[in-house]
Design a protein around this ligand. Structure first.
Ligand SMILES: [Zn+2]
Length: 339
């Protein structure tokens, strides 16, 4: 029995020494120490051993088991250490390789233009106010002095949800909602998306953005309007920019004007960009119509104010010399990357 045990141990140790992987090592463990392993078989054959020899044989088997387990542990630890070292060697970082740069997005030209306009007006003490894109006919037209039969309603044809709910054609309803709150004075700009049932072309889109401004206080005059917009133009297009007010008509302001700025490309001499005129039209404005004030519960004898509206896309197109508005909506990264 003793010889048999020794033979088993020697063979097991020999196999362990020769094993080349953790898997192989595990196979050896099962073959010798497992439930059906060689050492277990020896224990099972104890019945053939003389009763007086059994304790001795039992002890020998136990010693053999302990010896084999210790050897297995040693070899396994060595294997694991070697694997770890190989892994570390494989993962060594070559610090001279070029870095993988993360893909960074950036702001859309519309957003850059909006933030620039907001910066200018916030700097002059204006508040930025937003309102709903789905609006009541009353706020979009009627409260702005455009009653049901007014021809201006035709020029601003929009998308109707019901007879009196529509997609707003301008951000002016935000001004009406602000006036109705009755907290005076008001000094605000209202940027946002607006809608018209226009065909898409280089200068039109059924959905675009406006920034409208409103100031209401005591003793506000056209001079305040001119001074404000002149300062806005200078900050947006450069210190030498001049403004020109041309009489115009809007239902919600009286008097009304359209504002041109000197061409920032040629300084007013005339070039291809300004079509030879030296001027570029940028916005519409005027003194708030007394009817509009009255409808929002403000006494026109006590308060006066001015309003203006500028197309956000128009600013972006001018500022970046883009000649087709559609480029702003196509989300072509080759285009957007340029800003
Ligand atoms: Zn020009």
């Amino acid at each position: 029995m003793k010889e048999k045990l020794k033979a088993i141990i020697d063979e097991a140790l020999k196999q362990m020494e020769a094993s080349e992987s953790l898997d192989k090592l595990n196979e050896i463990r099962v073959a010798y120490l497992g439930k059906k392993g060689e050492l277990t078989n020896v224990l099972k054959s104890m019945k053939d051993v003389a009763p007086e020899d059994r304790p001795v044989v039992g002890q020998m088997v136990n010693e053999a088991r302990t010896a084999l387990e210790e050897k297995l542990d040693t070899i396994r630890t060595a294997f694991e250490k070697r694997l770890r070292e190989e892994q570390i060697a494989k993962e060594t970082i070559d610090v001279t390789l070029p870095a993988k740069k993360p893909m960074m997005g950036h702001r859309h030209p519309n957003t850059i233009a909006l933030e620039e306009v907001e910066r200018i007006f916030v700097g002059m003490g204006y508040e930025v106010v937003e309102g709903p894109e789905i609006e009541y006919d009353y706020y979009n037209f009627e409260a702005l002095n455009i009653p049901a039969n007014h021809p201006a309603k035709d020029e601003q044809d929009t998308f109707y949800i019901t007879g009196n709910i529509l997609l707003r054609t301008q951000t002016s309803p935000v001004q009406v909602r602000e006036m109705e709150k009755g907290k005076l004075p008001i000094r605000m700009i209202a940027p946002g998306r607006v809608f018209r049932s226009d065909e898409v072309d280089a200068t039109h889109s059924p959905s675009f953005h406006q920034i409208e401004g409103l100031v209401i206080d005591k003793n506000i005059t056209f001079a305040d309007l001119k001074g404000t917009l002149a300062e806005f133009a200078k900050q947006l297009f450069g210190e030498d920019t001049k403004v020109k007010f041309r009489p115009h008509h809007f239902p919600f302001t009286e008097p009304s004007a359209e504002v041109d700025v000197t061409c920032f490309k040629c300084g007013g001499k005339g070039c291809r960009f300004c079509k030879g005129s030296g001027w570029i039209e940028i916005l519409g404005c005027g003194m708030v119509h007394p009817n509009v004030l009255r409808m929002s519960g403000i006494d026109p004898n006590e308060y006066s104010g001015f309003a203006f509206g500028v197309g956000l896309e128009r600013i972006a197109l001018l500022k970046y010399e883009i000649d087709d508005m559609r480029l702003l909506y196509e989300n072509d990264t080759r285009f957007l990357k340029q800003f």
